[in-house]
Design a protein around this ligand. Structure first.
Ligand SMILES: [Zn+2]
Length: 333
C-alpha cells in the first residue's frame, strides 16, 4: 500500500555500521494492515505499491510488524486487494512520514516508536547489569494525565534526573513488564532536557508509582554455595545480540543472521544463600556475570576447564542487588 521513497537508516553504534532498510505498509487477505521493514535494500525498486507479494521466512517483530531480512523472500504474485481504494483511505502512514509526537496515553497504544515530552515524578537509582549496562527507570507524566514508567539504558540511564525535570524522549516503545504496560528507550533513542515551563503540569502524590525499582535499597550479602550444572554453547559474536544461544540451524535469535564467526559462551546454574533466606535459592548466570563473580575471564577451552574454574572459586561471597532473577551492582567481598 505504501513504500518508502528512499532508504532509511540508522547508525549501529556498537558495530559502527550504517544499517539500511526501507519501510512498507501492506494489507493482508484478512484486511489487516501490516508494517514491513525491508533490509533487502536492493529490492527498493522491485517492491511497488498496488502490487501483491508473497513473503517467505519473515521475522515477526510484534503484532502486524515484520522484518524482511537476508534469508526472506519477496515474490511478486497475481491477485490484488478487492477494496483497494477503501483500504487506501485507512492505511497507516510509514514510520518516517509520522512526526512520532504522541502523548503518553497514545504512546502506550501505538505500535510505532513515539516521541514524548514528560515531567519526571520519580527517579530510580542506577543499576548495573553485568557491571556495564546501566539501567534506570523514571516515572513521568504529561498533559494526557497518565503516569508511566519509562526504562532508560546506557548513557541515558547515567544522566542525572530530578523530580519536575521536563525531558523529551525520542523513539520510545511500549513494553509489558511485570504485567504492567510501560515505555522503554530503544537503541536509537535520544533524551533531551527541556525548559521546565515547556510542560505546565504539577506532580502530585497520586503520580508516584508503587514499584520496587524506585526504592533505593542497600546491597544485600550473597553466598553462592554450589553449582548444579554448567553448559557451553555457541552464540553470535555481535555485542548487540547479547550472546543468546543460536537456533538449531545456526542462525542468531536476535539478528537472524548466520554469524561469520561463532563465539563460545556459557551459562551455569547455582544455589545461593542470603542473610534473609534459610533455604538455598536457585539462579542461572551467564558469562558476563560469571566473569565478575570468578574475578577472571571464564575459561571455555573445554567443559572441564570451565568446571574446574567454578569449583576453585566456590563458595563465592559478594554484595549486590537482585531483581527479576538477575544480580545487579555486584561488589566482591
Ligand atoms: Zn546476532
Amino acid at each position: 500500500m505504501r513504500k518508502s521513497s528512499e532508504l532509511q537508516g540508522y547508525e549501529h553504534r556498537r558495530e559502527n555500521k550504517l544499517m539500511q532498510y526501507f519501510n512498507a505498509v501492506g494489507i493482508e487477505e484478512t484486511g489487516q494492515f501490516i508494517h514491513l521493514r525491508v533490509y533487502q535494500i536492493h529490492r527498493l525498486d522491485f517492491v511497488k505499491t498496488e502490487r501483491t507479494y508473497n513473503l517467505g521466512n519473515v521475522i515477526k517483530k510484534s503484532k502486524n510488524n515484520y522484518w524482511i531480512v537476508r534469508d526472506s523472500t519477496i515474490g511478486l504474485t497475481g491477485s490484488s486487494c478487492e477494496n483497494f481504494e477503501v483500504a487506501k483511505l485507512n492505511c497507516p502512514l510509514l514510520p518516517e512520514d509520522e512526526s512520532g509526537f504522541r502523548t503518553l496515553e497514545e504512546a502506550l497504544e501505538s505500535y510505532e516508536r513515539s516521541t514524548v515530552t514528560v515531567k519526571v515524578a520519580q527517579v530510580s537509582p542506577v543499576k548495573y547489569r553485568d557491571n556495564f549496562l546501566a539501567i534506570r527507570s523514571l516515572s513521568a507524566k504529561d498533559s494526557s494525565n497518565k503516569t508511566v514508567k519509562i526504562d532508560l539504558f546506557g548513557n541515558h540511564a547515567e544522566k542525572n534526573y530530578a523530580k519536575n525535570d521536563v525531558v523529551k524522549l525520542t523513539s520510545v516503545y511500549k513494553k509489558v513488564y511485570r504485567n504492567r504496560i510501560q515505555l522503554s528507550l530503544s537503541k536509537t533513542s535520544d533524551v533531551q532536557f527541556m525548559p521546565p515551563e515547556s510542560l505546565q503540569i504539577a506532580i502530585g502524590d497520586d503520580d508516584y508509582l508503587s514499584d520496587s525499582d524506585f526504592e533505593d535499597t542497600p546491597l544485600d550479602t550473597f553466598k553462592i554455595t554450589e553449582c548444579l550444572g554448567c553448559h557451553i554453547y555457541n552464540c553470535c559474536d555481535k555485542p548487540a545480540c547479547y550472546e543468546k544461544k543460536l537456533n538449531d540451524d545456526g542462525t542468531c535469535r536476535t539478528c537472524a543472521e548466520r554469524p561469520e564467526r561463532q563465539m563460545k559462551t556459557c551459562r551455569a546454574t547455582f544455589k545461593y544463600l542470603t542473610e534473609a533466606s534459610r533455604s538455598p535459592i536457585q539462579i542461572t548466570l551467564f558469562k558476563p556475570t560469571l566473569s565478575i563473580l570468578l574475578q577472571e575471564n571464564v575459561d571455555l577451552t573445554s567443559w572441564d576447564t570451565f568446571e574446574t574454574q567454578i569449583a576453585n572459586a566456590l563458595p563465592i561471597c559478594f554484595k549486590c542487588k537482585i531483581s527479576e532473577g538477575k544480580f545487579y551492582n555486584i561488589t566482591m567481598q
